[in-house]
Every structure is written in structure tokens, then in C-alpha cells.
Design a protein around this ligand. Structure first.
Ligand SMILES: Nc1ncnc2[nH]cnc12
Ligand SMILES: [Zn+2]
Length: 337
């Protein structure tokens, strides 16, 4: 399989499921802790990495929210995103649609503007420096209430021309999509795209709710949809894109091991699956690592890998002409390799 590594690295791809706070590498965490004089409960980069062993989503989220505390000023958010784009470009990413969690910052007294302006400046520079285009998606934390989500949507108003959509993340079980139906309707009315994490740990019913009550344009994870054949048919018939995150699924025990990852079953069922890294600094790999991991574990060949990359453009929020341009480049790459 090793011989697929260069093919994967050069394969043009979009990343559609990336939490920018989840790209905070321990080295940068330490540098920002020092720069901002923030205490962190670790005494070395190695100790941070050693703590990254999770039994479920909540285990991970506790560490992820604690890590984000080192992000204090605009430059920190710039440095975070700047590092992600450099790493993504090396993995053949030509377009990224990145999530950020404003409430993780505003609840610590960091204004919305600090996070948004820092990220947007890095996104602008990434287009110049690496030729990587990007869009920003604001996620509501689902463990918080509807009023807090509405307040976040209100805070975002001055930036709406630079925000592509809204998403829903954090602790899934016990926080069904229906809790956010009204805020998603409001976001849709403002012309924003809608995505939601569903079926990562939550039941197929949460995926139905994401489709029918949130009217999502794209589904994040969606693994547990496979338990419901009618839901699989609905997702396939709708041409719904699923942003699947294999290394995340393994680290958060959504699958027991990569050898049982359902990525190829998803493709065979007619689902428009894509490969993404979710929180690469915490899960041990960026997007190309995720492609390589499933290629090895599930025996995927070049045709499957190209389908996954093609799906990433089809499922993006780029306009049709941009999608067609990327897909033509991808097809030319595949024909030449
Ligand atoms: N995998 C994930 N699921 C839910 N919320 C998240 N926030 C960051 N990563 C997440
Ligand atoms: Zn996620």
C-alpha cells in the first residue's frame, strides 16, 4: 500500500470537516501558553500527546476545550490557522471549509471578532501563499442552549459576508438536532449553508432530524445512518454528502478498529462519502493520513480514493464552475497516475 502514499499526497482534494481548534498541535499550545502566560496542566509536549487517549467523544471534548484556553488574541487564531493551511497544502488540499466554535472563546471573554478576524486573515493569506481557498463555518455548541446559539448568530452578523454557513458540534447524545431547529431556520433565512454533526455517537433518529428539522446541506460523520436502511436510501437519493473522519472514528471508539471502518460500505451503498481529519492534532493525522489509513485498512485502490476526493469537491460549497474546474484537474491527475 505504501506505493499509494505519493498518489494520495498529490491527489487534489477538499477538506470539509476540520475544527480549526482541533488543529492546535502541542508545540503551538506550549508556545501560546508561554506567549500569553497561560498555565497548562502539562510539563512537556510529550506529556500532552500522552494524554490523548480517549474512550468516547466527551473524553476528547474535555481536553479539546481545555487546550483552546491558550488562544487569547487575534494573532493566536492567525497562527493556528496559518499552521493548518501549510500542513493541509502539503497533503494536496486545494480547498478547505473549516469550522470554528465561537462560544468556546466568547464564554472565556474572548470577543467573536478576535477569533473571526484572526482566522479570516490566515484564510486570505493561505490563498496567496499556498493557493488553498477556504470558507468559514460557525458551529454552535449543542451542549449549550438555543438562546446561546441565537446570541452567537447575532454576534456573527457583521461577518456574514465572510461566513459560509453554520454547523452543530460538541456532545451529541442528549442534545438532538431538534433543539436547534429554530436557530437553523433563522440561519437558512440569512442565506447561510447548514451542516450538522449527527450519527457520530447519536442514533439514526438524530440524522433524520438533521435532514428534516435542520434542513442540512451536508452531514458531518453520519456513521450510525448505516443502522437504518431507509435512512441510507434517503441520504443516497438526496445526494447528501457525508464528511467521514476515519482516524477520529477510531480514536473516539466510534469504530473498534480501522479494519472495520465502513467507508467502502458507505460508497457501495451509494452514499457520497468524503474523507476528512476532524481534529488532526488530537487524532494523530491530517487528511492524507486519513486517506492512507483507510486505503491500508480497507484495501482501497486508486479509483476509490479518486471517488472520495471527487466527492469532496462535489460536496463543497464552491460554485458549480469552481467545482467543475477542480474535478477536471483531479481527473487529469488520476489519468496521469
Ligand atoms: N468529532 C467531534 N464531534 C463533535 N464535536 C466536535 N468538536 C470537535 N470535534 C468534534
Ligand atoms: Zn467534527
Amino acid at each position: 500500500m505504501n506505493d499509494l502514499a505519493p498518489f494520495i499526497a498529490g491527489l487534489p482534494k477538499a477538506e470539509l470537516h476540520l475544527h480549526i481548534e482541533g488543529s492546535l498541535e502541542p508545540e503551538l499550545m506550549f508556545a501560546l501558553a508561554r506567549r500569553n502566560r497561560v498555565a497548562i496542566p502539562f510539563d512537556s509536549v510529550e506529556a500532552v500527546r500522552a494524554a490523548y487517549s480517549f474512550s468516547n467523544l466527551q473524553d476528547f471534548l474535555n481536553i479539546y476545550y481545555a487546550g483552546a484556553d491558550v488562544l487569547r488574541v487575534e494573532q493566536d487564531f492567525y497562527d493556528l490557522a496559518d499552521a493548518y493551511f501549510a500542513r493541509a497544502a502539503a497533503d494536496g488540499v486545494v480547498h478547505a471549509e473549516i469550522f470554528f466554535d465561537p462560544q468556546t472563546h466568547t464564554d472565556r471573554g474572548i470577543p467573536f471578532q478576535v477569533a473571526a478576524d484572526g482566522l479570516l486573515a490566515a484564510m486570505d493569506d493561505a490563498a496567496q501563499r499556498h493557493g488553498v481557498t477556504s470558507k468559514l463555518i460557525l458551529c454552535f455548541l449543542r451542549h449549550l442552549d438555543e438562546a446561546a446559539a441565537f446570541a452567537t448568530l447575532k454576534a456573527a452578523e457583521p461577518w456574514l459576508d465572510r461566513i459560509a454557513g453554520v454547523g452543530l458540534d460538541s456532545s451529541e447524545v442528549g442534545h438532538p438536532p431538534e433543539k436547534f431547529a429554530r436557530v437553523f431556520a433563522a440561519a437558512g433565512g440569512m442565506g447561510l449553508k447548514r451542516v450538522a454533526h449527527a450519527g457520530e455517537e447519536g442514533p439514526p433518529d438524530y440524522v433524520w432530524q438533521a435532514l428534516d428539522l435542520l434542513n442540512v446541506d451536508r452531514l458531518d460523520h453520519g456513521n450510525r445512518s448505516l443502522e437504518d436502511p431507509a435512512l441510507v436510501r434517503r441520504l443516497a437519493d438526496d445526494g447528501m454528502t457525508l464528511t467521514v473522519c476515519p482516524l477520529s472514528n477510531h480514536k473516539l471508539c466510534v469504530v473498534p478498529d480501522l479494519a472495520s471502518h465502513p467507508i467502502d460500505r458507505m460508497l457501495e451503498s451509494g452514499l457520497r462519502a468524503t474523507i476528512n481529519s476532524d481534529d488532526p492534532a488530537y487524532f494523530g493525522g491530517y487528511v492524507a493520513d486519513n486517506y492512507r489509513a483507510v486505503a491500508t485498512a480497507r484495501g482501497l485502490g486508486k479509483a476509490d480514493l479518486a471517488t472520495l476526493a471527487r466527492n469532496s469537491f462535489t460536496g463543497s460549497f464552491l460554485d458549480d464552475a469552481e467545482k467543475a474546474r477542480h474535478i477536471a484537474r483531479l481527473d487529469a491527475y488520476v489519468a496521469a497516475h
